[in-house]
Design a protein around this ligand. Structure first.
Ligand code: MEV
Length: 320
């Protein structure tokens, strides 16, 4: 028997960091996915391998440990946490593949967590639905990272473009926001937990300055929701640029991110901003008519991906 599952990566369009303070956010699943396959092992050990990420480990699922056989398994802690919660620790062979480049900042941890849990539930014939899966995946992310909003795992589970309101209500956009984006990344990772804490310190030390900024970021996200519903790309771009300025105020910008943001605008993007936690990671540029020009300009010194939002969320099945 073979259980397989896949889940999309995501990108945050509006609301990173302010979402931690219960402000709204908009994020979307993108057309890059993580795939997990689980079969019973004939050996007495559990193995996890990834051909395209080029690593292999022997898993100790009971103690959340592993022995490295080959390569560098970046997202292993999420997989171990998921296995520890769901698996009965009998030997399995697990394969991970991903069309999400490591270091692209597209939330590969959420995609891998959601796909791993869904494959495990299928393997053990445990009933689940999208609501329970998104919840469990959020618990895994929280256990690994210390701090995590439910946004990434929600989007990787449901797919599509999602609006998370101030009172944590999830709305799925019905409109087709099928416009090309370019993501620029440098392979330099920020540590999300640390960056979130740094923002909290800045906010606590300067409440009269930073609190209104966070509220403005929330208001901006609500304007962006209206602009998306109207298909007003120009407005969405303008709001992305303002949002980038706010993220700079929060101290999560870097020289590399700034460079990519302004290179993208110079090459014709109508909006560009940091996406995700910042401090490394990636930027997103909205460039409906200039996708190749923007991609080429960023690619002179950094890495690029052309992406589109997708409605396809998690998918899983079992082969007997
Ligand atoms: C990270 O992808 C987004 C942050 O808002 C943190 C979170 O929401 O957990 C920075």
């Amino acid at each position: 028997m073979k259980a397989i599952a896949s889940a999309p990566a995501k990108t945050i369009l509006f609301g990173e960091h302010s979402v931690v303070y219960d402000e709204p956010a908009i994020a979307g699943a993108v057309n890059k996915r993580a795939y997990v396959e689980i079969t019973k092992s004939d050996r007495d050990k559990s193995i996890l391998r990834s051909y395209d990420l080029n690593f292999e480990v022997e898993l100790d699922t009971k103690h959340k440990k592993y022995i490295l056989k080959k390569g560098k398994p970046g997202i292993i802690r999420y997989i171990l946490e998921a296995l520890n919660r769901v698996h009965d620790h009998t030997p399995i062979e697990m394969t991970l593949s991903s069309s999400v480049p490591i270091g692209s900042g597209l939330g590969s941890s959420a995609a891998v967590t959601v796909a791993t849990l869904a494959a495990l539930y299928r393997y053990h014939n445990i009933r689940f639905n999208k609501k329970s899966l998104a919840h469990d995946a959020h618990m895994v992310e929280q256990a690994v990272q210390g701090v995590a909003s439910p946004l990434d795992t929600l989007v990787s589970t449901y797919g599509g473009l999602v609006y998370l309101s101030r009172n944590k209500k999830v709305e799925h956009f019905k409109v087709n926001f099928n416009v090309p984006f370019v993501v620029g990344y440098t392979h330099k990772h920020g540590n999300t937990g640390k960056i979130v804490k740094d923002v909290r310190n800045l906010k606590n030390n300067n409440p009269k300055i930073i609190n209104p900024v966070i509220t403005s970021m929330g208001n901006l996200t609500n304007y962006a929701k209206q602009a998306i519903l109207k298909g007003d790309f120009k407005k969405v771009g303008e709001l992305m640029n303002i949002n980038h300025g706010f993220l700079d105020v929060l101290g999560v910008n870097t020289l590399e991110l700034s460079r990519m943001v302004y290179v993208a605008r110079g090459a014709g993007a109508i909006g560009s901003k940091i996406t995700g936690a910042g401090g490394g990671g990636s930027i997103i540029a909205l460039c409906p008519d200039k996708v190749n020009e923007v991609a080429r300009a960023i690619n002179k010194s950094d890495n690029v991906l052309k992406i589109r939002f997708t409605r396809k969320g998690v998918s899983s099945r079992v082969y007997e």
